[in-house]
Design a protein around this ligand. Sequence first.
Ligand code: AMP
Ligand code: ZN
Length: 463
Amino acid sequence: MALTIFNTMTRRKEVFVPLEEGKASLYCCGLTVYNYAHVGNLRTYVFEDILRRVLRFNGYAVLHVQNVTDVGHMTSDGDAGEDKMQKASERESKSPWEIARFYEEAAVRDYKRLNIEIPEVMPRATEHIVEMIEIIERLEKRGYTYTTPEAVYFDTAKFPDYGKMAQLRLESQRTERDDVILDETKRNPSDFVLWFLNKPTHLMQWSSPWGAGYPGWHIECSAMSMKYLGETFDIHCGGVDHIPVHHTNEIAQSECATGHLFVRYWMHGEFLLMGGGKMSKSKLLEMKEEERPPSTLQELIDRGYDPLAYRYLCLQAHYRSEQNFTVESLEAASTGLRKIYATDPSRDTLADDAEAYAVARQRVLDAMNDDLAMPQVVGILNSYGSYRLWIEFDAVLGLDIALRTQRAEEVLPTSVQNLIEARNAARAAKNWSESDALRVGLIELGYDVADSPQGTTVKRRLL
Ligand code: AMP
Ligand code: ZN
């Protein structure tokens, strides 16, 4: 089955046909680095990592760009409120630059612990101001902007297709927006800021043809995606919250600046929920310390969970379905993962039957290529319990299966084998004190010891 993906723009599953044969260009909206990523954000990045791995499994050379938002994202997704970076800088009494680098490093650490492959390019917004200004200038020349004392705005009335993607999804989004009328001189409620002006208290400022200021959030992603992937590229991802404002605005300004299609396939990950609602940083910050559930990867680790158990949990819901996050569900995922790690390679009957293996492999591949149906993929893999099949698809799952099971496969050192033989002999001779002493010897060497009718068996303890 050819790879099909759900395109938010058409609201249909479509066969993925890249712009350039054998290559896939992918842009994902990156984290706003004003706090630790919560596991909701990380769910979206796991989804995007799975997409990247599925593309590669299908033979595409993937060029994946994921930006770092270190300026311009307001506390609303529109133009209202405060800049999230500036707010964090006041909260922590550090410069916004320090805040940005600190949380960017923390995010990369989390990605690595979750086996999220680091994208080929991770551009920072603050290092692409020139490219943003260039796009705004193009828009200005083509008559899509107007300038007020507050900002340079994009005039949405000039783009008849404005809101095409969001309207497909939810008609009411445009009227529900909270970023309307920041400025009396704004012409239409949906017009959005390209460049903020006259904000003397804002700590991050750059000069521009319109005066000192800083960029709007949306222009950042247009500038960074088109710089590294070209003016039209294959896939753009993000969470569903980005459909009505951020991605709608990215489309408007990119297509008006270049005059052609911006993105060929739009893919959006659904929310991770907490207590029935969307998990969000603002909601977590409002909660009292003692009421706050574990919500960062470090907090899960501190409670004794393997980060890959969280990754496995993410695989159990389809990326287009909401997923409830509870400690119980994480617990179940941990147990499930341990079961996978206990798969016995020496009892893999499927691996020895080429025909049956090919059938099984095709079943998994078809599920994976059907818009990344990972819950089915995991279900099929669990039903076969074949080590070889798990290992082959771990290229997509990213659960470190070979690494974690390999210890069980290890050939035992001679010293250990000698102790086992001596213990079997002692037990045959009913010499229990000798047998116990040899057991302690094996444990001290780092092995768990079990007795079976066939004699002593050992397994190296995982560190
Ligand atoms: P932000 O740092 O707010 O720009 O968000 C980073 C990414 O996380 C975006 O793609 C958001 O859509 C996504 N995101 C935010 N909250 C959640 C959530 N509760 N569940 C899944 N993804 C989320
Ligand atoms: Zn973006």
